[in-house]
Design a protein. Structure first.
Length: 121
């Protein structure tokens, strides 16, 4: 029995569900990068980055090319970059909505009670 599309989508989004993977994809939107440059841009252990890059390679959304002693990574296609841009737009709207809510909550706060003063005498 074939796997339903919604399940494949859920697995895809789970695969994206790691901060290092997301950061790699953000960086690769600018173009191909060597592993050493990714390491310099992302504060993680080499082994952790290697594991996350392997997940992205297996998923097919990044490709790796070795030339001499350098491994270059790049997005497998423009759709991944568009997905990252769409996520940024969605988050921007959500966060702007939260900021609006915070402003509204602050505006709705009860006015502070006037300070009590001692009797003049």
């Amino acid at each position: 029995m074939p796997v339903p599309l919604y399940q494949l989508k859920a697995e895809f989004f789970r695969m994206l569900g790691h901060p290092v993977r997301i950061r790699v994809l953000e960086l690769l939107q600018e173009g191909p990068m060597a592993v050493r440059d990714l390491l310099a841009a992302i504060d993680v252990e080499r082994s952790n980055l290697s594991q996350q890059l392997a997940v992205l390679r297996r998923s097919g959304i990044v490709t790796a090319t070795r030339t001499a002693d350098t491994v270059m990574y790049e997005l497998a296609g423009p759709d991944v970059a568009e997905l990252m841009r769409a996520a940024r737009r969605i988050l921007t709207e959500l966060l702007a909505g939260q900021q609006d809510l915070l402003t509204e909550l602050r505006d709705d706060e009860l006015p502070a009670q006037p300070a009590k003063t001692g009797r003049a005498g």
